[in-house]
Ligand binder design. Sequence first.
Ligand SMILES: Cc1ncc(COP(=O)(O)O)c(C=O)c1O
Length: 387
Amino acid sequence: MTYDFDRVIDRANTDSLKYDFARRRGKPEGILPLWVADMDFQAPPCVLDALAERSRHGIFGYSDTGEDYAAALRDWFWRRFRWRIEPDWIVKTPGVVTALHIAVRAFTAPGDGVIIQQPVYYPFSSAVQSTGRTLVISELVLRDGRYQIDFDDFEAKVAAGRVKLFILCSPHNPVGRVWTEEELTRLGEICLKHGVRVVSDEIHADFVFPGRRHRVFADVSPALRDITVTCTAPSKTFNLAGLQISNILIADSRLRAAFTRAYAAAGLSQVGVMGLVACRAAYTGGEPWLEALKVYLADNLALLRDTLARELPAVRLVEPEGTYLAWLDCRALGLTAAELDDRIVRRAGLWLDEGPMFGVGGEGFQRLNFACPRSVLAQALTRLKRI
Ligand SMILES: Cc1ncc(COP(=O)(O)O)c(C=O)c1O
């Protein structure tokens, strides 16, 4: 089966956060959005069919899942990552961000430290700060065009900051790293040594470019399995973010009990039925679509890389090893953060994510989502040259 990722689908007036709220969010009319991490592609046909069939049934009562759902997840994680999961590890939440907030409440007390590696997806810091915990930051280091972990800094911050929890982003948004087994092992050793539990946000795990391998943090060793909560979701992979379904996988029964207690205490219970239907369908039949999509995204990335190198060398691509997000180093332009934003928005007419949103180390950078039809990306690159 072939899939038409070139097709431009008008997303205006679909209640789309990416397309429909520019004015309300202070952006000019006509701006081209390549910001928030959803894709401009339809979900796989198997998902559309399953949702249509469920919709035709017409009754949308409270819902839960059975063995077929757990089997779809089990088979997916085994086939894709050689990770063996058990049905009772699965805790469903209406999104990974919800799960991050719940985990912070479940595993730390007000005043405890929670460590993150900035620049990183901005809700990590909100999940820590909005719950009255202390944010501890170990900054990633850009060396020879590739981000690295400063392990000494990480351990020193863990030891000094009464840190009880580490929120890992793997693969990493926005810097695009796919962490190696060795890096994950070293992080894990530090966490084990200092009694730090880990929330591993692996929502981007399905987007890893050729030559890289996503390694599930909890599967690196039995000791790490017992201190780790793994956040997964079909939402990035199959473009289902608006259906709000994620699967949090927790092997250790005490960790799982603490998590589900905090979940219930936040007033949460079942998730939406359409998310469940879509998730099961996607993990069961969506693999050929995903493989085709990854080829398309790699070609988009090549277009981005080549165009910048040839026509806009002052904007440097930090080569992503995974994700469909490009982290653009614009520091050579010599602009302040406000000037850079202004040029991107007003001069180029592009809506990207501003680097400083991702915390320390973000200044002078912009994040560009290249999961769109190639013609849209080409148009965005033409605009970008105006900065
Ligand atoms: C690292 C990371 N975690 C979580 C999310 C959002 O997850 P959800 O929509 O399930 O809350 C995103 C979305 O971009 C992300 O990049």
